[in-house]
Design a binder for this molecule. Structure first.
Ligand code: HEM
Ligand SMILES: [Cu+2]
Length: 583
């Protein structure tokens, strides 16, 4: 039985409600759009620009560390470089990356909905994000910040211009930027929660949601509950810096450790805002390219919720050496280990899904497999840091830097780029060249490991983070790491080239290029404005390959541009289609 009815590949004129959502041209048609897909694409472009900017800062940091002493810039500039890298990557890129950009494009389609629950609120979220980003740019034009992305007090809150002793950089605009962008994040979360509850197509029960949807739902809960804490913390910081209120600064009677508690009460859950959506993307990609329902579907879904909840209980592990009671450190250490359970549940279930799956190694799958491998390293090294005695040695070393890059880059960025490749044909209507896409993946994967394995080693030997200079015994590791960052950067340049070339001259994408059973691949490519030609009614789950019809899985391959692929044989695996694309 067909899950939905559509008229794939049909062409329509601009007035037709079934015309592609990309049909309308002109800047204004984008800026005032209420279409979640268009809003998602504008988010996507924004976060990709942020990623490029943050990446340039990272390359500059690495270049400075190529040799001992001064290589490129003075120490003050260096401090600004790593701070801006962190701020841009966290607040402008990674938080909105998968939820706001990819979630907006895909979530309503996966729900069989016409749009999100509150389309106007959705557009407002984007404008708030842009408004906040303007404050960030303003700060950068004014010299940026040198506080690190963590804005630790009292250095950040004590302004020399007002008689303080802290940072003289442009802190207030940057904290306001993060404050404002927080509202964007909260509103997206509210919108997605309402959308998942209220907009599901008939037949789309909770047990039939995709794992990407479950991940976004869990993430939204964190966004709504945790982000207000960051907002109020940054507001207090601003008031202390601007008005001299004594909240965090001991010279004014405040408590600097209080700031760290507040900050990490948001920022540890925020780690799950960053990683859980990536896990969702990976779950979907693994299912599609293994051609089967994920093993332990409910366990993976529940572990997303589990991470969202447990993520709130462990913030103290960032303060083991900041001055807490021994009892508190022990409790936080024990709770930290609990977080490994839902993460482990996911990894084991992904691996079990791969086992005896009918795997095809298309480019999205390569990113998803890298995610599993690299995230596992990131997660397990997190357990080292969660162990009290070990953390006393490793705290604020390059070991920590390597650990969180294995999670943020090895995890989230792999999921983000994988999802980008996976859904690209669907929302752009264009295919990309598979061979150079795989080459890009290869350079990113190799470059990433060179960059950050070197950092694990030097960190475990005591190289502190955020240092401008270092002892001679660390030089070789810094050099390896810097060369790795060039390989990594080169990989991203290839990917950019592949995607731009696809936009310019890519072949039209079929409806279902990967042979997926999920709902978003049952509607035309690119989808019409309201996502479906006929309102979908689900008669099966989105991973039920055994219930999906041959047409649902293969119709895309019948596209005249991919002749002879289908041949009416359901035995043809999705890989076969891609072989055809390569020519
Ligand atoms: C893509 C390649 C990347 C490279 C080569 C890179 C490199 C670096 C380097 C060298 C540092 C400075 C370490 C220190 O001295 O403390 C750093 C810090 C940091 N990076 Fe990355 N990074 C990359 C991507 C990312 C991404 C995607 C994120 C997303 C969250 C990220 C988040 C951070 C943060 C939060 C810091 C700490 C900044 C601070 O100390 O305030 N990085 N990175
Ligand atoms: Cu944490």
């Amino acid at each position: 039985m067909a899950a939905i009815t559509t008229t794939p590949g049909a062409h329509h004129d601009a007035e037709d409600p079934n015309a592609s959502f990309l049909e309308k041209k002109g800047l204004m048609s984008w800026l005032v759009t209420l279409d979640h897909k268009r809003i998602g694409i504008m988010y996507l472009i924004s976060v990709m620009i942020a990623f490029a900017l943050g990446g340039i800062f990272a390359l500059l940091v690495r270049a400075e560390l190529l040799t001992q002493g001064k290589t490129l810039m003075d120490a003050d500039t260096y401090n600004k470089m790593f701070s801006l890298h962190g701020v841009v990557m966290v607040f402008l890129f990674i938080i909105p990356s998968i939820p706001a950009a990819m979630g907006n494009i895909i979530l309503p389609i996966q729900l069989g909905a016409k749009d999100v629950a509150f389309p106007r609120l959705n557009l407002l979220s984007l404008y708030i994000y842009w408004f906040g980003a303007c404050f960030g740019l303003y700060s950068m034009i004014n010299g940026g910040v040198d506080t690190g992305w963590t804005f630790y007090t009292p250095y950040s809150s004590s302004d020399p211009a007002l008689g303080g002793v802290g940072s003289s950089t442009s802190v207030i605009p940057m904290t306001l930027a993060a404050f404002i962008m927080g509202f964007s994040s909260i509103l997206t979360g509210v919108n997605f929660i309402a959308t998942v509850h209220k907009m599901r197509a008939p037949g789309l029960t909770w047990r039939r949601l995709t794992l990407f949807t479950w991940a976004l739902y869990s993430t939204s809960i964190i966004q709504v509950l945790a982000t207000p804490v960051l907002a109020i913390t940054l507001l207090l910081l601003t008031m202390e810096r601007f008005l001299g209120l004594g909240i965090f600064d001991p010279r004014l009677g405040g408590d600097p450790v209080l700031f760290q508690h507040f900050f990490w009460f948001y920022s540890h859950p925020a780690v799950y805002i960053m990683i859980v959506p990536g896990m969702g993307v990976v779950s979907d990609i693994i299912a599609t390219f293994s051609r089967r329902e994920p093993v332990g579907y409910m366990a993976i879904a529940a572990s997303s919720l589990g991470l969202a909840l447990l993520g709130f209980l462990v913030w103290g592990h960032h303060l083991f050496v900041a001055g807490m009671s021994e009892y508190a450190t022990m409790v936080f250490s024990a709770l930290t280990f609990l977080v490994a359970i839902p993460s482990g549940v996911k990894v084991f279930n992904w691996v079990a899904t791969l086992y005896k799956g009918s795997i095809s190694l298309q480019s999205p799958m390569l990113w998803a497999l890298s995610f599993i491998f690299l995230f596992t390293i990131g997660g397990l090294t997190g357990l080292f840091l969660g162990m009290l005695a070990v953390d006393v040695h490793l705290h604020d070393t390059y070991f920590v830097v390597a650990h969180f890059h294995y999670v943020m880059v090895g995890g989230t960025v792999m999921g983000f780029v994988g999802g980008l490749h996976y859904w690209w044909p669907k929302f752009t209507g264009k295919m990309y060249d598979e061979a150079p896409a795989k080459a890009g993946w290869f350079f990113v994967f190799v470059g990433f490991n060179i960059t950050f394995i070197a950092q694990f080693i030097m960190g475990s030997r005591g190289m502190p983070r955020r240092y401008y200079d270092y002892l001679p015994e660390y030089e070789i590791f810094h050099q390896i790491s810097t060369v790795g960052s060039w390989v990594l950067g080169f990989g991203f340049v290839i990917i950019l080239y592949v995607l731009v070339k696809s936009l310019m001259s890519g072949k039209p994408a079929p409806r279902n290029p990967w042979g997926s059973a999920a709902l978003e691949f049952q509607t035309p490519t690119p989808p019409p404005t309201f996502n479906f030609v006929k309102d979908p009614v689900l008669t099966r789950g989105q991973y039920d390959y055994q219930l999906a019809t041959e047409d649902e899985l293969y119709e895309g391959f019948d596209d005249p541009l991919f002749p002879g692929i289908r041949g009416g044989k359901p035995a043809a695996k999705p890989a076969a289609a891609a072989e055809g694309e390569k020519e």
